[in-house]
Write a protein that binds this ligand. Structure first.
Ligand code: NAD
Ligand code: USQ
Length: 482
Protein backbone atom coordinates (compact mmCIF):
# COMPACT_ATOMS: atom_id res chain seq x y z
CA UNK A 1 0.00 0.00 0.00
CA UNK A 2 3.02 2.28 -0.18
CA UNK A 3 1.53 4.05 -3.18
CA UNK A 4 -1.34 5.13 -0.99
CA UNK A 5 1.04 6.78 1.36
CA UNK A 6 3.33 8.37 -1.15
CA UNK A 7 1.39 11.60 -1.19
CA UNK A 8 2.44 14.05 1.45
CA UNK A 9 0.51 13.77 4.65
CA UNK A 10 0.99 13.90 8.33
CA UNK A 11 -1.04 11.85 10.75
CA UNK A 12 -0.87 12.25 14.45
CA UNK A 13 -3.01 9.99 16.57
CA UNK A 14 -3.01 11.69 19.89
CA UNK A 15 -2.88 9.78 23.14
CA UNK A 16 -4.80 12.42 24.92
CA UNK A 17 -1.96 14.89 25.24
CA UNK A 18 -3.15 17.13 22.42
CA UNK A 19 -4.96 20.21 23.67
CA UNK A 20 -8.49 20.48 22.30
CA UNK A 21 -9.10 23.24 19.82
CA UNK A 22 -12.61 23.52 21.16
CA UNK A 23 -13.56 24.44 24.70
CA UNK A 24 -12.23 21.39 26.49
CA UNK A 25 -14.33 19.80 29.12
CA UNK A 26 -11.73 18.65 31.56
CA UNK A 27 -12.13 15.32 33.18
CA UNK A 28 -9.94 14.55 36.09
CA UNK A 29 -10.55 10.79 36.08
CA UNK A 30 -9.92 9.54 32.56
CA UNK A 31 -6.31 9.68 31.52
CA UNK A 32 -4.23 7.25 29.52
CA UNK A 33 -2.68 4.78 31.92
CA UNK A 34 -0.18 3.24 29.59
CA UNK A 35 1.07 3.84 26.14
CA UNK A 36 2.17 0.90 24.04
CA UNK A 37 3.28 0.81 20.45
CA UNK A 38 1.94 -2.08 18.42
CA UNK A 39 4.86 -3.67 16.68
CA UNK A 40 3.41 -6.84 15.20
CA UNK A 41 3.25 -7.19 11.44
CA UNK A 42 -0.51 -7.05 11.02
CA UNK A 43 -1.88 -5.44 7.84
CA UNK A 44 -2.54 -2.30 9.85
CA UNK A 45 0.97 -2.07 11.27
CA UNK A 46 2.44 -2.87 7.89
CA UNK A 47 0.39 0.00 6.53
CA UNK A 48 1.71 2.28 9.25
CA UNK A 49 5.28 1.14 8.88
CA UNK A 50 5.05 1.78 5.16
CA UNK A 51 3.66 5.18 6.00
CA UNK A 52 6.70 5.88 8.14
CA UNK A 53 9.07 4.63 5.46
CA UNK A 54 7.43 6.78 2.83
CA UNK A 55 8.85 10.00 4.27
CA UNK A 56 5.69 10.96 6.07
CA UNK A 57 5.54 12.16 9.60
CA UNK A 58 3.29 9.57 11.18
CA UNK A 59 3.14 9.26 14.94
CA UNK A 60 0.95 6.60 16.42
CA UNK A 61 0.36 6.22 20.09
CA UNK A 62 -1.46 2.96 20.66
CA UNK A 63 -3.09 3.56 23.97
CA UNK A 64 -4.73 1.40 26.52
CA UNK A 65 -6.90 3.72 28.51
CA UNK A 66 -8.63 1.88 31.25
CA UNK A 67 -11.05 3.72 33.46
CA UNK A 68 -11.83 2.52 36.95
CA UNK A 69 -14.19 -0.39 37.19
CA UNK A 70 -17.31 -0.43 39.26
CA UNK A 71 -17.08 -2.91 42.10
CA UNK A 72 -20.70 -3.94 41.56
CA UNK A 73 -20.02 -5.35 38.14
CA UNK A 74 -20.93 -9.04 37.99
CA UNK A 75 -21.33 -11.24 34.96
CA UNK A 76 -24.90 -11.29 33.76
CA UNK A 77 -26.62 -14.65 33.64
CA UNK A 78 -30.03 -13.56 32.37
CA UNK A 79 -30.95 -14.52 28.84
CA UNK A 80 -34.05 -12.59 27.79
CA UNK A 81 -33.84 -9.09 29.12
CA UNK A 82 -35.76 -5.94 28.39
CA UNK A 83 -33.98 -3.74 25.87
CA UNK A 84 -34.55 -0.59 27.88
CA UNK A 85 -33.24 -1.61 31.29
CA UNK A 86 -30.51 -4.19 31.59
CA UNK A 87 -31.21 -5.89 34.90
CA UNK A 88 -27.48 -6.21 35.58
CA UNK A 89 -24.58 -4.21 34.38
CA UNK A 90 -23.25 -5.85 31.24
CA UNK A 91 -19.79 -5.40 29.89
CA UNK A 92 -19.88 -4.70 26.18
CA UNK A 93 -16.82 -4.34 23.97
CA UNK A 94 -17.53 -2.21 20.91
CA UNK A 95 -14.96 -2.97 18.22
CA UNK A 96 -14.86 -0.14 15.68
CA UNK A 97 -16.29 2.21 18.31
CA UNK A 98 -14.65 5.30 16.78
CA UNK A 99 -16.56 4.82 13.50
CA UNK A 100 -19.96 6.00 12.28
CA UNK A 101 -22.14 3.19 13.65
CA UNK A 102 -19.79 2.23 16.48
CA UNK A 103 -19.50 5.68 18.06
CA UNK A 104 -23.26 6.18 18.19
CA UNK A 105 -23.70 2.66 19.58
CA UNK A 106 -20.99 2.98 22.25
CA UNK A 107 -22.59 6.15 23.61
CA UNK A 108 -26.08 4.69 23.48
CA UNK A 109 -25.06 1.58 25.38
CA UNK A 110 -23.12 3.62 27.94
CA UNK A 111 -26.13 5.87 28.48
CA UNK A 112 -28.32 2.79 28.97
CA UNK A 113 -26.14 1.58 31.82
CA UNK A 114 -23.89 -0.90 30.04
CA UNK A 115 -20.18 -0.83 30.82
CA UNK A 116 -18.56 -0.10 27.51
CA UNK A 117 -15.06 -0.45 26.10
CA UNK A 118 -14.16 0.83 22.66
CA UNK A 119 -11.57 -1.10 20.66
CA UNK A 120 -10.43 0.69 17.52
CA UNK A 121 -7.23 1.00 15.50
CA UNK A 122 -8.31 4.43 14.21
CA UNK A 123 -7.43 3.15 10.74
CA UNK A 124 -10.54 4.81 9.36
CA UNK A 125 -9.11 8.22 10.19
CA UNK A 126 -5.97 7.13 8.34
CA UNK A 127 -7.98 6.16 5.22
CA UNK A 128 -9.44 9.67 5.18
CA UNK A 129 -5.96 11.16 5.33
CA UNK A 130 -4.72 8.87 2.60
CA UNK A 131 -7.60 9.51 0.24
CA UNK A 132 -7.78 13.24 0.98
CA UNK A 133 -11.37 13.01 2.14
CA UNK A 134 -13.08 14.11 5.32
CA UNK A 135 -16.31 13.79 7.23
CA UNK A 136 -18.84 16.55 6.54
CA UNK A 137 -18.94 17.05 10.28
CA UNK A 138 -15.84 18.07 12.24
CA UNK A 139 -15.15 15.06 14.46
CA UNK A 140 -13.07 15.31 17.61
CA UNK A 141 -10.28 12.92 18.53
CA UNK A 142 -11.45 9.77 20.29
CA UNK A 143 -9.81 10.99 23.49
CA UNK A 144 -11.62 14.31 23.42
CA UNK A 145 -14.87 12.52 22.61
CA UNK A 146 -14.53 10.27 25.64
CA UNK A 147 -13.48 13.07 27.97
CA UNK A 148 -16.52 15.05 26.90
CA UNK A 149 -18.83 12.06 27.45
CA UNK A 150 -17.42 11.51 30.93
CA UNK A 151 -17.80 15.18 31.81
CA UNK A 152 -21.40 15.30 30.58
CA UNK A 153 -22.66 12.03 32.01
CA UNK A 154 -20.15 10.87 34.60
CA UNK A 155 -19.80 7.64 32.64
CA UNK A 156 -16.43 6.24 31.63
CA UNK A 157 -15.86 4.36 28.42
CA UNK A 158 -12.67 2.32 28.35
CA UNK A 159 -10.47 2.67 25.29
CA UNK A 160 -8.14 0.15 23.68
CA UNK A 161 -6.41 1.49 20.61
CA UNK A 162 -5.01 -1.22 18.38
CA UNK A 163 -5.63 -3.57 15.51
CA UNK A 164 -7.77 -6.63 16.11
CA UNK A 165 -5.74 -8.46 13.45
CA UNK A 166 -3.00 -8.38 16.10
CA UNK A 167 -4.11 -11.27 18.31
CA UNK A 168 -1.79 -10.29 21.18
CA UNK A 169 -3.38 -6.88 21.37
CA UNK A 170 -6.88 -8.36 21.20
CA UNK A 171 -5.98 -10.90 23.87
CA UNK A 172 -4.84 -8.14 26.21
CA UNK A 173 -8.00 -6.17 25.61
CA UNK A 174 -10.17 -9.26 26.21
CA UNK A 175 -8.36 -10.30 29.39
CA UNK A 176 -8.42 -6.78 30.74
CA UNK A 177 -12.06 -5.90 29.97
CA UNK A 178 -13.66 -9.38 30.17
CA UNK A 179 -16.59 -8.59 27.88
CA UNK A 180 -19.92 -10.39 28.18
CA UNK A 181 -20.85 -9.19 24.71
CA UNK A 182 -18.74 -8.03 21.79
CA UNK A 183 -20.26 -5.81 19.12
CA UNK A 184 -18.02 -6.04 16.10
CA UNK A 185 -18.17 -3.03 13.76
CA UNK A 186 -14.38 -2.94 13.21
CA UNK A 187 -13.98 -3.59 9.52
CA UNK A 188 -13.09 -1.82 6.28
CA UNK A 189 -16.65 -1.15 5.23
CA UNK A 190 -16.59 0.60 1.87
CA UNK A 191 -17.38 -1.39 -1.28
CA UNK A 192 -15.70 1.22 -3.53
CA UNK A 193 -12.56 1.21 -1.31
CA UNK A 194 -12.30 -2.55 -1.75
CA UNK A 195 -12.54 -2.13 -5.54
CA UNK A 196 -9.84 0.57 -5.97
CA UNK A 197 -7.04 -1.86 -6.74
CA UNK A 198 -5.59 -5.24 -5.77
CA UNK A 199 -3.91 -3.96 -2.62
CA UNK A 200 -7.15 -2.51 -1.23
CA UNK A 201 -9.06 -5.68 -2.15
CA UNK A 202 -6.46 -7.77 -0.32
CA UNK A 203 -6.35 -5.36 2.61
CA UNK A 204 -10.14 -5.40 2.96
CA UNK A 205 -10.49 -9.17 2.98
CA UNK A 206 -7.45 -9.64 5.20
CA UNK A 207 -8.53 -7.00 7.70
CA UNK A 208 -12.13 -8.13 7.87
CA UNK A 209 -11.76 -11.90 7.74
CA UNK A 210 -8.68 -12.18 9.97
CA UNK A 211 -10.03 -9.60 12.42
CA UNK A 212 -13.26 -11.56 12.81
CA UNK A 213 -11.40 -14.87 13.10
CA UNK A 214 -9.30 -13.36 15.89
CA UNK A 215 -12.45 -12.23 17.69
CA UNK A 216 -13.83 -15.76 17.42
CA UNK A 217 -10.62 -17.24 18.84
CA UNK A 218 -10.55 -14.64 21.63
CA UNK A 219 -14.10 -15.60 22.61
CA UNK A 220 -13.24 -19.30 22.54
CA UNK A 221 -10.10 -18.83 24.63
CA UNK A 222 -11.07 -16.08 27.05
CA UNK A 223 -14.83 -15.69 27.15
CA UNK A 224 -16.76 -18.80 26.18
CA UNK A 225 -20.10 -17.32 27.25
CA UNK A 226 -19.49 -14.01 25.48
CA UNK A 227 -22.14 -13.16 22.87
CA UNK A 228 -20.79 -12.00 19.52
CA UNK A 229 -22.95 -9.38 17.80
CA UNK A 230 -21.39 -9.05 14.38
CA UNK A 231 -22.27 -6.42 11.81
CA UNK A 232 -22.92 -8.16 8.53
CA UNK A 233 -24.64 -6.61 5.55
CA UNK A 234 -27.78 -7.06 3.48
CA UNK A 235 -25.42 -6.99 0.49
CA UNK A 236 -24.35 -10.54 1.35
CA UNK A 237 -27.58 -11.75 -0.28
CA UNK A 238 -27.27 -9.76 -3.51
CA UNK A 239 -30.47 -9.22 -5.46
CA UNK A 240 -32.04 -12.66 -6.11
CA UNK A 241 -35.30 -12.93 -8.01
CA UNK A 242 -37.03 -14.44 -4.96
CA UNK A 243 -37.84 -13.10 -1.47
CA UNK A 244 -34.83 -12.73 0.83
CA UNK A 245 -35.28 -14.56 4.14
CA UNK A 246 -33.49 -13.83 7.42
CA UNK A 247 -30.38 -15.93 7.10
CA UNK A 248 -31.91 -19.30 6.26
CA UNK A 249 -34.23 -20.77 3.62
CA UNK A 250 -36.12 -24.05 3.69
CA UNK A 251 -35.69 -25.89 0.40
CA UNK A 252 -37.28 -29.06 -0.90
CA UNK A 253 -35.07 -30.72 -3.48
CA UNK A 254 -35.68 -34.10 -5.11
CA UNK A 255 -38.23 -34.90 -2.45
CA UNK A 256 -36.04 -34.03 0.54
CA UNK A 257 -36.32 -30.89 2.67
CA UNK A 258 -33.68 -28.96 4.60
CA UNK A 259 -33.23 -25.50 6.10
CA UNK A 260 -30.01 -24.07 4.70
CA UNK A 261 -28.07 -20.82 4.85
CA UNK A 262 -29.67 -18.39 2.38
CA UNK A 263 -27.57 -18.21 -0.84
CA UNK A 264 -25.04 -15.39 -0.93
CA UNK A 265 -24.30 -13.36 -4.05
CA UNK A 266 -22.22 -10.43 -2.86
CA UNK A 267 -21.01 -7.93 -5.43
CA UNK A 268 -17.80 -6.34 -4.19
CA UNK A 269 -14.68 -7.61 -2.45
CA UNK A 270 -15.96 -5.80 0.65
CA UNK A 271 -19.39 -7.44 0.57
CA UNK A 272 -17.68 -10.79 -0.07
CA UNK A 273 -15.55 -10.33 3.06
CA UNK A 274 -18.80 -10.28 5.03
CA UNK A 275 -19.89 -13.56 3.44
CA UNK A 276 -16.60 -15.15 4.48
CA UNK A 277 -17.08 -13.76 8.01
CA UNK A 278 -20.58 -15.23 8.20
CA UNK A 279 -19.33 -18.65 7.15
CA UNK A 280 -16.53 -18.57 9.73
CA UNK A 281 -18.89 -17.49 12.49
CA UNK A 282 -21.49 -20.15 11.58
CA UNK A 283 -18.80 -22.80 11.62
CA UNK A 284 -17.45 -21.81 15.04
CA UNK A 285 -20.93 -21.71 16.52
CA UNK A 286 -21.28 -25.35 15.48
CA UNK A 287 -17.74 -26.42 16.33
CA UNK A 288 -17.11 -24.51 19.57
CA UNK A 289 -20.59 -23.61 20.77
CA UNK A 290 -20.09 -19.88 20.29
CA UNK A 291 -23.25 -17.76 20.58
CA UNK A 292 -23.51 -15.26 17.73
CA UNK A 293 -25.89 -12.84 16.09
CA UNK A 294 -25.13 -11.72 12.54
CA UNK A 295 -26.85 -8.39 11.93
CA UNK A 296 -27.27 -8.10 8.18
CA UNK A 297 -27.59 -4.37 8.17
CA UNK A 298 -28.90 -2.28 5.27
CA UNK A 299 -27.57 1.15 4.30
CA UNK A 300 -27.54 3.49 7.30
CA UNK A 301 -28.55 7.16 7.04
CA UNK A 302 -28.69 10.13 9.40
CA UNK A 303 -26.17 11.51 11.82
CA UNK A 304 -27.92 12.46 15.04
CA UNK A 305 -28.71 10.18 17.95
CA UNK A 306 -29.92 11.29 21.39
CA UNK A 307 -26.41 10.94 22.73
CA UNK A 308 -24.31 12.42 19.92
CA UNK A 309 -26.40 15.58 19.89
CA UNK A 310 -25.66 16.28 23.55
CA UNK A 311 -22.48 18.22 22.68
CA UNK A 312 -20.59 19.36 19.60
CA UNK A 313 -17.58 17.34 20.69
CA UNK A 314 -19.68 14.16 20.48
CA UNK A 315 -20.73 14.80 16.87
CA UNK A 316 -20.68 11.73 14.64
CA UNK A 317 -18.97 11.46 11.28
CA UNK A 318 -20.98 11.88 8.06
CA UNK A 319 -19.34 10.68 4.86
CA UNK A 320 -20.42 12.15 1.54
CA UNK A 321 -17.46 11.36 -0.74
CA UNK A 322 -17.54 8.85 -3.59
CA UNK A 323 -15.67 6.17 -1.65
CA UNK A 324 -17.14 6.13 1.88
CA UNK A 325 -20.34 8.15 1.40
CA UNK A 326 -23.55 6.13 1.16
CA UNK A 327 -26.60 6.84 -0.97
CA UNK A 328 -29.06 8.87 1.13
CA UNK A 329 -26.41 10.74 3.15
CA UNK A 330 -24.68 11.64 -0.11
CA UNK A 331 -27.89 12.84 -1.73
CA UNK A 332 -28.67 15.16 1.20
CA UNK A 333 -25.20 16.72 1.10
CA UNK A 334 -25.38 17.01 -2.70
CA UNK A 335 -28.75 18.77 -2.47
CA UNK A 336 -27.40 21.16 0.17
CA UNK A 337 -24.45 22.28 -1.98
CA UNK A 338 -26.30 22.42 -5.31
CA UNK A 339 -24.62 19.32 -6.77
CA UNK A 340 -26.94 17.16 -8.91
CA UNK A 341 -27.96 13.96 -7.15
CA UNK A 342 -25.75 11.16 -8.46
CA UNK A 343 -28.05 8.30 -9.44
CA UNK A 344 -25.89 5.48 -10.79
CA UNK A 345 -27.22 3.84 -13.94
CA UNK A 346 -30.99 3.33 -14.20
CA UNK A 347 -31.53 3.93 -10.49
CA UNK A 348 -33.73 0.90 -9.90
CA UNK A 349 -31.14 -0.53 -7.45
CA UNK A 350 -33.20 -1.31 -4.35
CA UNK A 351 -31.73 -1.80 -0.89
CA UNK A 352 -32.84 -1.90 2.73
CA UNK A 353 -32.23 1.34 4.68
CA UNK A 354 -32.36 2.38 8.32
CA UNK A 355 -31.89 5.44 10.48
CA UNK A 356 -28.74 5.42 12.65
CA UNK A 357 -31.04 5.76 15.67
CA UNK A 358 -32.34 2.31 14.75
CA UNK A 359 -28.84 0.88 14.33
CA UNK A 360 -28.14 1.62 18.00
CA UNK A 361 -31.55 0.31 19.04
CA UNK A 362 -31.10 -2.95 17.09
CA UNK A 363 -27.69 -3.62 18.62
CA UNK A 364 -29.05 -2.98 22.08
CA UNK A 365 -31.92 -5.39 21.43
CA UNK A 366 -29.52 -8.07 20.17
CA UNK A 367 -27.34 -7.71 23.28
CA UNK A 368 -30.29 -7.76 25.66
CA UNK A 369 -31.60 -10.96 24.03
CA UNK A 370 -28.49 -13.03 23.38
CA UNK A 371 -28.23 -16.01 21.07
CA UNK A 372 -28.08 -19.39 22.79
CA UNK A 373 -24.78 -21.24 23.09
CA UNK A 374 -24.01 -22.74 19.69
CA UNK A 375 -26.67 -20.66 17.94
CA UNK A 376 -25.82 -18.69 14.79
CA UNK A 377 -28.70 -16.23 14.62
CA UNK A 378 -29.23 -13.94 11.64
CA UNK A 379 -31.33 -10.79 11.71
CA UNK A 380 -31.94 -8.56 8.70
CA UNK A 381 -31.38 -5.12 10.15
CA UNK A 382 -33.22 -2.49 8.12
CA UNK A 383 -36.61 -0.83 8.35
CA UNK A 384 -37.63 0.14 4.81
CA UNK A 385 -36.53 -0.52 1.27
CA UNK A 386 -36.10 2.10 -1.45
CA UNK A 387 -34.72 2.27 -4.96
CA UNK A 388 -32.08 4.91 -5.63
CA UNK A 389 -34.60 6.75 -7.84
CA UNK A 390 -37.10 6.81 -4.97
CA UNK A 391 -34.46 8.26 -2.63
CA UNK A 392 -33.58 10.94 -5.18
CA UNK A 393 -37.27 11.86 -5.53
CA UNK A 394 -37.71 12.11 -1.74
CA UNK A 395 -34.63 14.30 -1.34
CA UNK A 396 -35.71 16.51 -4.27
CA UNK A 397 -39.13 17.06 -2.70
CA UNK A 398 -37.71 17.77 0.77
CA UNK A 399 -35.00 20.06 -0.67
CA UNK A 400 -37.49 22.09 -2.67
CA UNK A 401 -39.56 22.64 0.48
CA UNK A 402 -36.45 24.21 2.03
CA UNK A 403 -35.92 26.41 -1.04
CA UNK A 404 -33.06 24.35 -2.48
CA UNK A 405 -32.82 23.87 -6.25
CA UNK A 406 -32.36 20.12 -6.55
CA UNK A 407 -31.55 18.26 -9.79
CA UNK A 408 -30.67 14.67 -10.54
CA UNK A 409 -28.04 13.39 -12.94
CA UNK A 410 -27.70 9.86 -14.27
CA UNK A 411 -24.08 8.83 -13.73
CA UNK A 412 -22.74 5.83 -15.73
CA UNK A 413 -22.79 3.09 -13.13
CA UNK A 414 -19.26 2.52 -11.78
CA UNK A 415 -20.43 -0.76 -10.21
CA UNK A 416 -21.47 -4.10 -11.62
CA UNK A 417 -24.96 -4.58 -10.20
CA UNK A 418 -28.55 -5.11 -11.36
CA UNK A 419 -30.17 -1.74 -12.04
CA UNK A 420 -33.74 -3.05 -12.32
CA UNK A 421 -34.63 -6.05 -10.21
CA UNK A 422 -37.04 -7.72 -7.82
CA UNK A 423 -36.33 -7.01 -4.13
CA UNK A 424 -38.35 -8.13 -1.15
CA UNK A 425 -36.33 -8.81 1.99
CA UNK A 426 -37.82 -10.02 5.27
CA UNK A 427 -37.01 -8.00 8.38
CA UNK A 428 -39.35 -9.10 11.14
CA UNK A 429 -37.09 -10.65 13.79
CA UNK A 430 -35.86 -7.39 15.34
CA UNK A 431 -39.40 -5.97 15.26
CA UNK A 432 -40.58 -9.09 17.14
CA UNK A 433 -37.93 -8.39 19.78
CA UNK A 434 -39.17 -4.82 20.24
CA UNK A 435 -37.58 -2.58 17.59
CA UNK A 436 -39.62 0.63 17.17
CA UNK A 437 -38.43 1.93 13.80
CA UNK A 438 -37.80 5.57 12.94
CA UNK A 439 -39.16 5.50 9.39
CA UNK A 440 -37.80 7.91 6.80
CA UNK A 441 -39.90 11.03 7.20
CA UNK A 442 -40.04 14.58 5.90
CA UNK A 443 -38.78 15.82 9.26
CA UNK A 444 -35.74 13.52 9.19
CA UNK A 445 -34.93 14.61 5.65
CA UNK A 446 -35.39 18.25 6.67
CA UNK A 447 -33.04 17.82 9.59
CA UNK A 448 -30.43 15.97 7.52
CA UNK A 449 -30.64 18.60 4.79
CA UNK A 450 -30.36 21.41 7.33
CA UNK A 451 -27.41 19.65 8.87
CA UNK A 452 -25.74 19.46 5.47
CA UNK A 453 -26.48 23.14 4.84
CA UNK A 454 -24.94 24.01 8.22
CA UNK A 455 -21.64 22.38 7.26
CA UNK A 456 -21.71 23.11 3.52
CA UNK A 457 -18.46 25.10 3.75
CA UNK A 458 -16.69 21.86 4.64
CA UNK A 459 -17.83 20.12 1.45
CA UNK A 460 -15.13 19.41 -1.11
CA UNK A 461 -17.18 19.11 -4.30
CA UNK A 462 -14.30 17.34 -6.07
CA UNK A 463 -14.88 14.33 -3.82
CA UNK A 464 -18.50 13.83 -4.79
CA UNK A 465 -18.37 12.02 -8.14
CA UNK A 466 -17.53 8.30 -7.99
CA UNK A 467 -13.91 7.55 -8.88
CA UNK A 468 -13.76 3.77 -8.50
CA UNK A 469 -14.82 1.43 -11.28
CA UNK A 470 -15.67 -2.23 -10.62
CA UNK A 471 -14.65 -3.16 -14.16
CA UNK A 472 -11.39 -1.21 -14.25
CA UNK A 473 -9.93 -2.57 -11.01
CA UNK A 474 -6.39 -3.76 -11.64
CA UNK A 475 -3.34 -5.05 -9.88
CA UNK A 476 -1.53 -1.75 -10.34
CA UNK A 477 -1.72 0.46 -7.25
CA UNK A 478 -4.05 3.37 -7.86
CA UNK A 479 -4.28 6.79 -6.35
CA UNK A 480 -7.83 8.06 -6.12
CA UNK A 481 -7.45 11.35 -4.30
CA UNK A 482 -8.30 14.45 -6.33
P1 NAD B 1 -16.63 3.12 9.82
O1 NAD B 1 -15.56 2.99 8.79
O2 NAD B 1 -17.17 4.46 10.11
O3 NAD B 1 -16.12 2.48 11.20
C1 NAD B 1 -15.39 1.30 11.27
C2 NAD B 1 -14.41 1.44 12.44
O4 NAD B 1 -13.68 0.22 12.58
C3 NAD B 1 -13.39 2.55 12.22
O5 NAD B 1 -13.35 3.41 13.34
C4 NAD B 1 -12.08 1.81 12.02
O6 NAD B 1 -10.96 2.55 12.49
C5 NAD B 1 -12.31 0.53 12.79
N1 NAD B 1 -11.52 -0.62 12.31
C6 NAD B 1 -11.44 -1.10 11.05
N2 NAD B 1 -10.62 -2.16 11.01
C7 NAD B 1 -10.16 -2.36 12.28
C8 NAD B 1 -9.26 -3.29 12.87
N3 NAD B 1 -8.65 -4.24 12.16
N4 NAD B 1 -9.02 -3.20 14.19
C9 NAD B 1 -9.62 -2.24 14.95
N5 NAD B 1 -10.48 -1.33 14.43
C10 NAD B 1 -10.75 -1.39 13.11
O7 NAD B 1 -17.79 2.13 9.39
P2 NAD B 1 -19.33 2.12 9.83
O8 NAD B 1 -20.12 2.79 8.77
O9 NAD B 1 -19.47 2.54 11.23
O10 NAD B 1 -19.64 0.56 9.74
C11 NAD B 1 -19.45 -0.26 10.88
C12 NAD B 1 -19.82 -1.69 10.54
O11 NAD B 1 -21.17 -1.75 10.13
C13 NAD B 1 -18.99 -2.28 9.41
O12 NAD B 1 -18.69 -3.63 9.70
C14 NAD B 1 -19.91 -2.22 8.22
O13 NAD B 1 -19.63 -3.24 7.32
C15 NAD B 1 -21.27 -2.38 8.86
N6 NAD B 1 -22.34 -1.72 8.07
C16 NAD B 1 -22.31 -0.36 7.86
C17 NAD B 1 -23.33 0.22 7.11
C18 NAD B 1 -23.36 1.70 6.80
O14 NAD B 1 -24.25 2.13 6.05
N7 NAD B 1 -22.45 2.51 7.35
C19 NAD B 1 -24.36 -0.58 6.62
C20 NAD B 1 -24.36 -1.95 6.86
C21 NAD B 1 -23.33 -2.52 7.59
N1 USQ C 1 -25.66 4.66 -5.34
C1 USQ C 1 -26.06 5.61 -6.26
N2 USQ C 1 -25.53 6.84 -6.15
C2 USQ C 1 -24.64 7.20 -5.19
C3 USQ C 1 -24.25 6.23 -4.24
C4 USQ C 1 -24.77 4.96 -4.35
O1 USQ C 1 -26.87 5.35 -7.16
O2 USQ C 1 -24.19 8.34 -5.16
C5 USQ C 1 -26.24 3.30 -5.40
C6 USQ C 1 -25.20 2.18 -5.52
O3 USQ C 1 -24.88 1.92 -6.87
C7 USQ C 1 -25.92 1.04 -4.85
C8 USQ C 1 -26.80 1.70 -3.81
O4 USQ C 1 -26.89 3.08 -4.18
O5 USQ C 1 -26.76 0.39 -5.75
C9 USQ C 1 -26.25 1.62 -2.40
O6 USQ C 1 -24.91 2.10 -2.42
P1 USQ C 1 -24.23 2.70 -1.11
O7 USQ C 1 -22.91 3.27 -1.50
O8 USQ C 1 -25.19 3.57 -0.41
O9 USQ C 1 -24.09 1.40 -0.21
P2 USQ C 1 -23.14 0.13 -0.33
O10 USQ C 1 -22.01 0.31 -1.25
O11 USQ C 1 -24.00 -1.07 -0.57
O12 USQ C 1 -22.52 0.04 1.11
C10 USQ C 1 -23.13 0.59 2.27
C11 USQ C 1 -22.08 0.58 3.38
C12 USQ C 1 -21.68 -0.87 3.65
C13 USQ C 1 -22.91 -1.69 3.96
C14 USQ C 1 -23.96 -1.58 2.86
C15 USQ C 1 -25.28 -2.20 3.25
O13 USQ C 1 -20.94 1.34 2.97
O14 USQ C 1 -20.77 -0.90 4.74
O15 USQ C 1 -22.55 -3.03 4.09
O16 USQ C 1 -24.25 -0.17 2.65
S1 USQ C 1 -26.04 -3.01 1.88
O17 USQ C 1 -26.13 -2.05 0.78
O18 USQ C 1 -27.34 -3.44 2.31
O19 USQ C 1 -25.18 -4.09 1.52
Amino acid sequence: MAHLLSTSYSVKFSSGCKPSTKPLIQDSVVFPKSVTFQTSKTPFTRLLLQAQRSRSNCTVCATTLSASREASNEPSQGVHQSSSEPSKSKRVMVIGGDGYCGWATALHLSKKGYEVAIVDSLVRRLFDQQLGIDSLTPISSIHDRLRCWKALTGKSIELYIGDICDFEFLTDAFKSFEPEAVVHFGEQRSAPYSMIDRSRAVYTQNNNVIGTLNVLFAIKEFGEQCHLVKLGTMGEYGTPNIDIEEGYITITHNGRTDTLPYPKQASSFYHLSKVHDSNNIAFTCKAWGIRATDLNQGVVYGVITDETEMHEELINRLDYDGVFGTALNRFCVQAAVGHPLTVYGKGGQTRGYLDIRDTVQCVEIAIANPAQAGEFRVFNQFTEQFSVNELAALVTKAGEKLGLDVHTTSVPNPRVEAEEHYYNAKHTKLIELGLKPHLLSDSLLDSLLNFAVKYEDRVDKKQIMPSVSWRKIGAKPKTVAA
